[in-house]
Design a protein around this ligand. Structure first.
Ligand SMILES: Nc1ccn([C@@H]2O[C@H](COP(=O)(O)O)[C@@H](O)[C@H]2O)c(=O)n1
Ligand code: G3P
Length: 359
């Protein structure tokens, strides 16, 4: 198969396919602000990051794009939720190919599922937002709905809202269920801005992984909420990340889990050798810097090139490269294959790095 834009990757191999990634745009037409923890948030600039991303992805002729959720921020005035969501979608729609979306908590603060899902081109009879696709026979992509069991997004009397409230009541004694005060270690994920994958979705995941195994496909698992404590702040984890990973670990086909939500990003390899990469938030890029990228898929590895914080878009001085070898067997320690490189001014996208240890 040819590399989509006709270029050979600087490692000398032609990728089977390349696709774009971005997360947590959280656009709102409001002045800059800060997160609860004081991190600056640039609500208007994030749309410019998306515009630059789409421009770059089109230049690179990528096959498709995956958006990891939270396209509009919860602080968006509610009478502007619909127009803001459409405005962001208009930008995504300028990409010359399909864009696969997933939902995040901020999307759900703005619009109920029944209005949101059609805008995100997620066609579902039960308002759940999980699905899979296989752009080439060698790979299967699975998009999870991390807010299946959630106290946000469903009507107040929906069984999933009630289940979520009950779940939180049992695990988080604070009156503000977004507060992790007093919760210890992994308990700190039991917050209202997170959610869980429900039983039926878990069973569906199991069936898809069974099928992928039968077809000898490698799987990229995507979820707004991170699935490994070593790749994310504890407060951002999916409530039942452990149940999801128990299903994943029954098979050998899932090679990498990608997510957003934990804005500073992260990377780990779990004890089964599955790679986890949390993507940095577009929202928290200071003006004229970026957080988006693309992934090259190979038979035995993938290569993520991220245009990261502090990088001037036109010079692309720094590119964060992660090569993740996908063969089963030996497990690398987290961080061992994550390398930050500084490139000279006239270098554009750069080479991958061969792993010191081949899996
Ligand atoms: N450590 C934290 C983090 C958050 N909260 C609460 O969650 C709300 C949303 O947080 P953002 O990161 O999206 O700004 C925030 O307003 C707090 O109520 C918290 O209590 N402790
Ligand atoms: O996506 P937000 O704004 O709800 O923030 C989530 C936090 O970063 C989780 O620690």
């Amino acid at each position: 198969m040819n590399y989509s834009n006709g270029l050979v990757n600087a490692r000398g191999k032609q990728p089977l396919l390349s696709f774009g990634v971005i997360s947590d745009v959280q656009y709102a037409d409001i002045p800059d602000g800060r997160s609860f923890l004081g991190i600056p948030r640039y609500y208007r600039h994030s749309l410019l990051v998306l515009q630059r991303a789409v421009e770059k992805w089109n230049e690179q002729k990528l096959k498709f794009v995956i958006n990891f959720g939270d396209i509009v921020d919860g602080f968006c005035p509610k009478d502007q939720s619909l127009t803001a969501t459409k405005k962001v979608m208009d930008e995504f729609n300028l990409f010359d190919g399909p864009v696969y979306h997933m939902i995040g908590n901020h999307c759900l603060y703005n619009l109920p599922r029944e209005n949101l899902l059609p805008l995100l081109n997620i066609h579902s009879s039960n308002n759940l937002a999980y699905y899979d696709f296989s752009p080439i026979p060698e790979y299967r992509f699975i998009i999870l709905d991390g807010y299946d069991i959630s106290a946000i997004g469903w009507p107040k009397d929906h069984p999933n809202t009630l289940k979520a409230l009950h779940f939180l009541e049992e695990r988080n004694p604070n009156s503000d269920k977004n507060s992790p005060n007093g919760l210890v270690g992994l308990e700190r994920r039991f917050l209202m801005f997170n959610g869980a994958v429900g039983k039926e979705q878990l069973e569906w995941l199991d069936r898809v992984l069974q099928d992928a195994t039968k077809l000898n496909q490698k799987v990229v698992l995507c979820c707004h909420l991170p699935l490994d404590p070593n790749a994310s702040s504890t407060e951002a984890l999916l409530w039942n990340y452990d149940e999801v990973m128990d299903v994943v670990h029954r098979y050998n086909c899932v090679k990498v889990c990608l997510s957003g939500h934990a804005h500073k990003g992260g990377y780990s390899i779990d004890s089964y050798g599955v790679h986890h990469r949390v993507l940095e938030a577009a929202l928290e890029c200071p003006p004229s810097t970026n957080a988006f990228g693309y992934i090259d898929l190979f038979h035995d590895s993938l290569l993520l090139s991220v245009t990261s914080y502090g990088v001037n878009f036109s010079s692309l001085q720094q590119t964060l490269i992660v090569t993740a070898s996908l063969e089963p067997g030996q497990v690398l320690k987290a961080g061992e294959d994550q390398i930050t490189l500084t490139w000279s001014l006239n270098t554009t996208f750069a080479a991958g790095i061969d792993l010191p240890t081949k899996l």
